[in-house]
Design a binder for this molecule. Sequence first.
Ligand SMILES: [Mg+2]
Length: 250
Amino acid sequence: MLLDLDGVLYVEGEPLPGATAAVEQLRAAGLELRFVTNTTASSRATTLRRLRTLGFELEEDELVTPAALARRHCADRGHRTVALIMNEDVKQDFAGLEESDDEADAVIMGDLGEQFGFPILNRAFRLVMDGAELVALQKNRFWLTADGLSLDAGPFVAAVEYATGKDAYVVGKPSAGFFDTILADLGVERSDVAMVGDDVETDIGGALDAGIAAVLVRTGKYREDFVRDSGIEPTATIDSIVDLPELLGS
Ligand SMILES: [Mg+2]
């Protein structure tokens, strides 16, 4: 069972009512869990600490983040010097690579929130024009913050793609590589796996494309019209993760 974090387990830094108990119920039913997030505003260590503080019990290797997979991608491609467009905390996940703003084998874009602006995007643009690979930790369009829906990293990645005419290598959901890596690690049949998420495109669409079942929750960024407009049909839709154990009959 793959569980998205933001919008499924917690919203705006608070656990959703009943979410910690629901996760414990899934564990008690003997399900193997992976906590899979596109959150690129925090390092893996910080995300892990936050989840534990909120009352979720998990092991470090149960948490899958785009940064960890991007680090592996850099190793596979032989990238050594990278431009890291992300906050300082997430940069921890790229230990061992040399960071440079002038010359890079890859430009890796995460989330910078309000710090995104012309100078940073223009630097990324120039590096990619000079031959660096454009790597996006994720390409989500928007997310839900305390004061409403807000731009995620995707629109900024799209700006660099548009200017350079090159497509980013997208690491996070909904990319096939993201799901393939997790499934290989779990070592189970696709028919035995389900993804639970609040984002109809990245969580649900990505999982269905990867050949696994997808359960949409009506929490977080869920909106009925987003689902309708997407044309994506989740395997099941439930009000919140609290209803998941019952859906699974566990
Ligand atoms: Mg989410």
